[in-house]
Design a protein around this ligand. Structure first.
Ligand code: NAI
Length: 345
């Protein structure tokens, strides 16, 4: 019998994981609360925990989970900047879902872009009030515009394909450009200078934190549209707001926000928002914020559930080797045990 504690669970998580619960074999404990040092105890008696993007998996939490005999932390997401993977090494196995639907995220980025530049969000509200005026709704064609894509991995490439369909000029920057991809790579500065639209599709690292900042905004074209469906901290939100107020940035479409952890995924409509910066951004007519929604398609949720359950089973039922296990050695060909088809530890 494998017992799994799910943290930060929503109704859509329960629905997609429900088919995998089997009496006497696999038991789920769905918890609405986030995983923190205070809540880790709720996983006592379980064999694995399943967490999402805003759960805390720092050294203290890892130590507590180990103390309760938990063997596996299964991330039901791709990003893992909330996990202290170095501290986890040798103590607890970390698994993730590296890809579940690059289409879900890339299509959401395009949905945000079209909504913003064609003012669909404004038109929707107007026509519901029988206001059929077109004043202030003029947009611009995407055809012939230059889009700069930062990060040409799974999602970035799908987004590039979508942009090709719109007849856009595509330029890209990646710290590790894909060979023979036919993608027109430029330097980051060139991308900032030439793009009408910039879309972020890279992970959060020391190199990418606040990649969009005062200096980079300074280099951009007047009227640039910035899209972010990758970690919020890629953008210095204060610099973004300044750029919007200075009329330098034409529009911003954000599915993420650096300080989203205590806000996103919850209904805060009856509360006073204490985050002045986010409140100010949301108040701008040319800013669209969705609350980390890009992944939320039926296909992606089903893929997440399937891969997460396969990851957990591979530890408990098979030889313990899981392609989706993460450790701080990942990517280092000399020390990575997975490269030799062995367990991380
Ligand atoms: P991926 O790993 O396939 O691609 C990431 C790309 O970024 C790689 O080509 C890599 O070389 C590049 N990269 C790494 N360091 C870089 C740097 N310093 N500068 C420029 N490029 C760099 O990842 P994938 O699956 O395409 O995901 C991209 C991002 O999308 C993830 O970091 C994740 O945070 C975000 N995401 C957002 C979701 C949402 O619901 N909003 C859901 C899933 C992922």
């Amino acid at each position: 019998m494998i017992k799994i504690a799910f943290f930060e669970t929503k109704e859509y998580d329960k629905a997609s994981f429900a088919p995998y619960e089997k009496e006497g074999e696999i038991e789920f404990k769905f918890l609405e609360t986030k995983l923190t040092e205070m809540t880790a105890e709720l996983a006592r008696g379980c064999d694995a925990v399943c967490v999402f993007v805003n759960d805390t998996v720092n050294a203290a939490v890892i130590d507590k989970l180990c103390e309760y005999g938990i063997k596996v932390i299964a991330l039901r997401c791709a990003g893992y900047n909330n996990v202290d993977i170095r501290h986890a090494y040798g103590k607890i196995h970390i698994m993730r879902v590296p890809a579940y639907s690059p289409y879900a995220i890339a299509e959401h980025a395009m949905a945000l872009l079209l909504t913003s530049i064609r003012r669909i969000h404004k038109a929707y509200i107007r026509t519901r009030d029988f206001n059929f005026s077109l004043n202030g709704l003029a947009g611009f064609d995407l055809h012939g515009k230059t889009v700069g894509v930062v990060g040409t991995g799974r999602i970035g490439r799908v987004f590039i394909d979508i942009c090709r369909g719109f007849g856009m000029n595509i330029i890209a920057y990646d710290a590790y450009p894909a060979k023979d991809s036919g993608i027109n790579y430029v330097t980051l500065d060139e991308l900032f200078e030439k793009s009408d639209i910039i879309s972020m599709h890279c992970p959060l690292t020391d190199d990418t934190r606040h990649m969009i900042n005062r200096d980079s905004i300074e280099k951009m074209k007047k009227g640039v549209v910035i899209l972010n469906t990758s970690p919020g901290a890629l953008i210095d939100a204060e610099a973004l707001l300044e750029g919007i107020k200075a009329r330098k940035i034409g529009a911003a479409c954000l599915d993420v926000y650096e300080e989203e952890a205590d806000l996103f995924f919850e209904d805060r409509s009856g509360h006073i928002l204490n985050d002045e910066l986010l409140a100010r951004l949301i108040s701008m007519p040319n800013v669209i914020v969705t609350s980390h929604q890009a992944f939320l398609t039926t296909e992606a949720l089903n893929n997440i559930a399937e891969t997460t359950m396969n990851n957990i089973r591979s530890y408990f039922e098979n030889d313990g080797i899981c392609d989706n296990e993460l450790c701080y050695r990942c990517g280092n060909i000399e020390t990575c045990k997975k490269e030799r088809k062995e367990r991380c530890f």
